[in-house]
Design a protein around this ligand. Structure first.
Ligand SMILES: [Zn+2]
Length: 289
């Protein structure tokens, strides 16, 4: 999955320090991010401070909201405003975040996703939700701080579930197609509601979206997904009773059962497709014993 970056190591401890020449410069412009495409757009990497002109380097270093985000191995990632960058050069270009996610190696894709999550959260919390005063990044924690009322706001992470409903007796999995642009067959998924357990969320989402009752749940793995600010938890859920599918028409275009042999190999970058592909390879059986 995209967060699996070994042998590289992701450090999310909050250890702010001044930016150094070989640190990564993270700069968003809406849904685009500045990347170094010197080795081709399909091999984009984050620009480092020393890739910029001396004037831009000076502006970046002196930017009063230059923000340390995290590190991968020894490389720090620092968020800057696009106002610090005079003109992207031949090798520094803004690329769409989805392109970077889909085409880069995991180390780059994961760093982009986490950066996007932090950038969105910081942008949305420039003012205190309690008293309305401007906030500043906290100097000791990854948080936004209001010096007027002392309010501290930590990064917002929304819990969500992805559910592979399976019928072990017939070796089938239920896949659904959403109404949006993303019209590929995928898993049932949804946000955890307030006051709800993860397990109840799994059962509710399956009942709401496809009208099926599930029995045993088998937790699989989790995945941070910074593009939407969520922490996704993946489950296999065994069908309990009738297999008749009734779709929620406001959410889904189609949903049906697939026999294992009908499935084709999937990219395992996302947790949802890793669940599907693990089922396709027959490895899910171990989970259901
Ligand atoms: Zn306040």
């Amino acid at each position: 999955m995209i967060q699996d970056i070994a042998p590289h190591v992701f450090h999310n401890e909050y250890t702010p320090r001044p930016i150094a020449e070989l640190d990564a410069v993270v700069c968003f412009d809406g849904s685009q991010i500045l990347m170094d495409i010197g080795s081709g757009e399909d091999h984009a990497v984050f620009p480092q401070l020393n890739d910029f002109t001396p004037e831009d380097q000076k502006r970046i270093k002196e930017y009063d909201r230059l923000q340390y985000l995290f590190s991968i191995d020894e490389m720090g990632f620092f968020l800057v405003s696009k106002d610090c960058i005079s003109t992207p050069g031949e090798t520094l270009q803004f690329l769409h975040i989805q392109k970077v996610r889909q085409q880069s190696e995991n180390r780059i894709g994961h760093a982009m996703m986490v950066s996007h999550h932090l950038n969105t959260w910081m942008t949305n919390h420039q003012f205190c939700g309690r008293c309305g005063s401007p906030t500043v990044p906290h100097d000791k924690e990854r948080a936004m701080y209001c010096s007027h009322c002392k309010n501290i706001v930590y990064p917002t992470i929304s819990p969500a579930v992805a559910v592979a409903v399976v019928d072990p007796k017939t070796d089938r999995i239920l896949l659904a197609k959403g109404l949006g642009e993303f019209r590929k067959f995928a898993l049932i998924a949804g946000f955890v509601e307030i006051g709800e357990t993860i397990e109840d969320c799994v059962r509710r989402e399956v009942m709401e979206e496809v009208g099926l009752k599930v029995g045993k749940l088998h937790y699989f793995k989790s995945q941070p997904w910074g593009l939407t600010g969520i922490e996704m938890m993946g489950f296999y859920a065994e069908l309990d009773g009738d297999d008749k599918v009734t779709i929620q028409e406001t959410e889904l275009a189609e949903a049906r059962w697939f026999h294992r042999h009908e499935l084709t190999e999937e990219s395992t970058m996302s947790l949802s497709f890793t669940l599907i592909d693990t089922f396709r390879r027959g490895e899910y059986v171990d989970w259901l014993k």
